[in-house]
Structures are given as structure tokens and as C-alpha cells.
Design a protein around this ligand. Structure first.
Ligand code: IPE
Ligand code: IPE
Ligand code: MG
Length: 234
């Protein structure tokens, strides 16, 4: 892998947990559990590669449309992950951020994610941005409200609004996403980081997320290295 360029910022739409379970005659929750186990291994691998920014789509605002039992299972899984299973991230010098609306999330989930953010805030390694109760269009709406308020309170004038200011007013100020990976064969974005991914390269893998292992990740990076990014130039 050494001779390959790592993208500065990778986004992963972790999809296919439900189908992974259904294929095995298991409840969808078993797929989410397997997805979380896989994510643990993938994070350890990625930490070793020294990536600067990783954004993960864990739960969309739209995912609240699912059955209450599945939503509840996922919320409890998040609490378990961020209070226990994923604590190794803190020792691995990963700085963890959570993008998304906190309102609408159960109180104990908010508590777990805020603790993870607090405990990792001094870390200087990979920035891990976990999108939870996240919708890109909501993020843009919230950004517009923040900026409008600043204008209203005369903190800035309309002429001050530019791309940098918009980016600073997203949930977190992050560099552009260079590479978006989506697993499970679906070829859509499903409301993931539209602003940040405006010039990203996209990679769609047929592999379901619980099976998207280190080797699959390395294959994706190889593919990224074959892309010719032009940014509108020639
Ligand atoms: C991704 O897997 C996990 C979440 C969206 C939380 P899915 O649960 O969407 O799995 P499929 O797409 O139904 O197989
Ligand atoms: C996108 O997957 C959200 C996450 C991976 C968290 P979905 O499974 O919710 O997306 P759709 O419904 O196929 O567009
Ligand atoms: Mg899905």
C-alpha cells in the first residue's frame, strides 16, 4: 500500500447490513452487529494507514422511518459502541466528531457521543466524523439558519458570505471529501455530505458492509489511485 496515495478525506456509506442478515436467515439486528464488528477491524486498519479524515454514515435522518424495534436496536448498539467497543479509538489518538442533529436522538445516545467527543478532543491523529441522525440537506438548512442569524445580529454582512464561511458553518469545518465508498451495490448518495463531496470520486462496491474487510478497502484505494481528477481543468 505504501506506494499508493491515500485520499485526504474518505467517506463511507456503510450499507447492506440488513441484506447480509436476511441472506443468512437472521434478524436484521444481527447484520447491524456484524457491521459494527467489521467497522472495528476496518478502523484499526485505517488507523495504521494514517488517514487524515474519515467520515462514516452510521444513521441517516431518514432511517427513523424504520420499524421502532430496529431503530431501538441501533440506538442501543451505538451506546454500546461508543461507551465500550470503540474506546480503543481514544488510545489510538483518533479525534471523534459526531455530525447530525442531536435533538431527536435518545438522551443516553447524546450522552455517549458527547463523552466520546470530549474524551478524544485533544487527539491529533485521524479525525473520525461519524454521521448520526445526519442528513446533508438538514445540515445545509442548519448552516443557512446560523449564517442568517449572524447577519441579523450584524456580526457579519451579506458580502462576507463565501464558500469558506459556508464550510465553517457546517456541523464541523471539514476539508472536501475526496473519495466516497458505498457498499452493497446501491448507486446513490442517500443524503450524505452533498456540500463536502462536490468533487469526490465515487466507488460503488457490491460487497455488503459486514463483508467489506481490509482487503476490500485496499482495493478501493487502488481504484482511487487510477482516477484522473481534473476539477474542471484539462
Ligand atoms: C446500513 O445497512 C445500516 C444503516 C442504514 C443503519 P441497512 O440496514 O441499510 O442494510 P440494507 O440496505 O437493508 O441491506
Ligand atoms: C444510507 O443507507 C444510510 C446509512 C448507510 C447510514 P440507507 O440504506 O438508509 O439508504 P437507502 O434507503 O438505500 O437510500
Ligand atoms: Mg440500506
Amino acid at each position: 500500500m505504501n506506494e499508493l496515495n491515500m485520499p485526504n478525506h474518505i467517506g463511507i456509506i456503510m450499507d447492506g447490513n440488513g441484506r447480509w442478515a436476511t441472506k443468512r436467515g437472521l434478524p436484521r439486528s444481527a447484520g447491524h452487529k456484524a457491521g459494527a464488528e467489521n467497522l472495528k477491524k476496518l478502523c484499526r486498519h485505517i488507523n495504521k494507514l494514517g488517514l487524515n479524515y474519515l467520515s462514516l454514515y452510521a444513521f441517516s435522518t431518514e432511517n427513523f422511518k424504520r420499524e421502532v424495534s430496529e431503530v431501538n436496536y441501533l440506538m442501543n448498539l451505538f451506546i454500546e459502541m461508543f461507551t465500550n467497543d470503540f474506546k480503543f479509538l481514544i488510545e489510538d489518538n483518533v479525534k471523534v466528531l459526531f455530525s447530525g442533529r442531536r435533538e431527536g436522538l435518545p438522551k443516553n445516545v447524546v450522552k455517549a457521543i458527547e463523552k466520546m467527543e470530549f474524551d478524544s478532543k485533544g487527539n491529533t491523529g485521524t479525525v473520525l466524523n461519524i454521521c448520526l441522525n445526519y442528513g446533508s440537506q438538514d445540515e445545509i438548512v442548519d448552516m443557512v439558519k446560523k449564517i442568517s442569524n449572524e447577519v441579523k445580529e450584524s456580526k457579519i454582512s451579506i458580502e462576507d458570505i463565501n464558500k469558506e464561511l459556508v464550510n465553517r458553518n457546517m456541523y464541523y469545518e471539514l476539508p472536501p471529501v475526496d473519495f466516497v465508498i458505498r457498499t452493497s451495490g446501491e448507486m446513490r448518495i442517500s443524503n450524505f455530505m452533498l456540500w463536502q463531496s462536490s468533487y469526490a470520486e465515487y466507488y460503488f462496491s457490491e460487497t455488503l458492509f459486514p463483508d467489506f474487510n481490509e482487503n476490500e478497502f485496499d482495493k478501493a484505494i487502488e481504484e482511487f489511485n487510477k482516477r484522473n481528477r481534473r476539477f474542471g481543468g484539462n
